[in-house]
Design a protein around this ligand. Structure first.
Ligand code: EPU
Length: 420
């Protein structure tokens, strides 16, 4: 079994380049189904969730040509609906996007119940509500979700929760509807905007992405065509390296980022006394200059503090001076990593949705487990900051979403490697 081993205490210095965004790449890869054409997608992260998405597309009849580690050509002319394999889609949350893409193009979709990181119950009622609003019938039977309609008709779609997945699925299905759809209470995350930009580059008419009201106009019989599109940088990967720099001192430049997407984290850094310099497409974090103050963080939909930065931020708060709080408002149970941090000497108390973090704490290396993707990133960060050696198992979770994390951190001076 492959593990990651980290010897803590090394200062980080240098430059690290961020890869393409996982949470933009997955919907865009599945959205190529809507075009029934040849697409060239660039700046893909080299991560296992992308490899799995390409495998699923190929099971469905797409022709995939790998141009490089970050670029792929996808021909979706031969895709047949309902062909994604149950065992593949159950491994990844992003497979819900097959529903919207198949329904939009074929007016029929059949997909196994999606998997993904375990943060408690992860319902898809809002996705189903959106499909209903556009005139589809949706069934959940024998482990599969089936959605179908003779025609999809543009309509108002109101989401009770500003869900990223439901917003993206609503946009994709609406691209195959006749007339105008108005998606109210849409998620505003940058990956929703990127998906809309990709579809617009294919000829779709989507306005308002990045706001709470998204309008999709689609004419009867209209077809999208394939396009060439480069995915935006991954704001969560960028934020993870920002935290690594802040935790370990030294000056680290993080390149290929959109600084605006990092504002929630940058604002917290400033509050904590950590120096951040913003460039056009980079941020520089000066760690270790002065005392790191405590703060309170609440996860919220974009532009609030991202839930996908929660476990990593908790590690930083362990090192800050004074009592901090981390409140999780998006997922039911994202605190499973706290038990793993306890193995490293962290003294964190969770009450309901809030963790109390009395810093500064001394962390010590220990054998730990990556209980999910971002929890795994938090274990790496804790390992960097701890005294002694940390070994992390279940690293497949980390490889789902971090491109070459061991290589990138090593290049900054971390003592980190794979071991069997
Ligand atoms: N929710 C519902 N009903 C629905 C859909 C969502 O109740 O039909 C609830 C969820 O249970 C959750 C909240 O709404 O409490 C928000 O969920 P959302 O649908 O926004 O999340 P998602 O689409 O399942 C994506 C990312 C996650 C990220 C969240 C929030 C992908 C593939 N996943 O999940 O990414 O945490 O948005 O920003 O894009 C990660 O990258 O580590 C990750 C987990």
């Amino acid at each position: 079994m492959k593990k990651i081993l980290v010897n803590g205490g090394k200062r980080l210095e240098g430059r690290v380049e961020v890869s393409g965004s996982k949470n933009a790449a997955l919907p865009i890869l599945f959205a190529t189904i809507l075009t029934g054409d040849i697409n060239r997608i660039e700046n893909l992260p080299d991560i296992s969730d992308v490899r799995l998405s390409l495998e699923i597309l190929s099971q469905m009849g797409a022709k995939i040509e790998r141009v490089s580690n970050t670029t792929v050509e996808i021909d979706t002319r031969g895709v047949r609906p309902g062909e994604s394999a149950y065992d593949s889609v159950r491994m990844m949350r992003g497979s819900t996007y097959i529903l919207g893409a198949e329904l939009g193009r074929f007016k029929y979709s059949r997909v196994g119940w999606p998997g993904g990181c375990d943060f408690g119950v992860r319902p898809i009622d809002q996705h189903i509500k959106a499909f209903h609003s556009l005139g589809a019938e949706v069934k959940n039977e024998n482990g599969y979700i089936t959605a179908q309609a003779e025609r999809l008709i543009g309509a108002p779609v109101y989401l009770d929760i500003a869900s990223v997945g439901a917003t993206i699925n609503a946009i994709m299905a609406a691209c195959g509807a006749e007339g105008q759809s108005v998606i109210d209470n849409s998620a505003r995350e940058p990956h929703v905007v990127d998906l809309a930009n990709y579809l617009n580059s294919c000829g779709a008419s989507i306005r308002g992405a990045g706001t709470a009201i998204i309008k999709v106009q689609s004419e009867p019989g209209a077809h999208l065509s394939g396009s060439e599109y480069a995915i935006i940088p991954d704001m969560i990967e960028a934020g993870t390296y920002m935290i690594a720099a802040a935790a370990m001192g030294g000056t680290v430049e993080i390149t290929n980022v959109i600084p605006k997407h990092l504002e929630a984290l940058t604002a917290k850094f400033i509050e904590m006394g950590i120096e951040v310099e913003e460039g056009d497409e980079s941020v520089i974090v000066h760690g270790g200059r002065g005392i790191m103050h405590n703060t309170n963080v609440k996860t919220l939909p974009y532009p609030g503090f991202p839930t996908d930065m929660h476990p990593q931020m908790t590690v930083l708060l362990c090192l800050a001076n004074g009592l901090s709080h981390m409140t999780e408002n998006i997922f039911e149970n994202r605190f499973r990593y706290v038990d793993e941090l306890a193995r490293m000497g962290a003294n964190i108390r969770v009450e309901g949705r809030t963790a109390e973090i009395p810093g500064p704490m001394k962390l010590t290396g220990a054998p730990v487990r990556a209980v999910d993707l971002r929890a795994g990133a938090a274990m790496i960060l804790a390992g960097l900051a701890a005294e002694g050696t940390t070994t992390i198992e279940n690293i497949e979770s980390i490889e789902r979403g971090y491109d070459n994390v061991v290589g990138k951190l090593s290049s900054l001076g971390a003592d980190i490697k794979y071991v069997e």
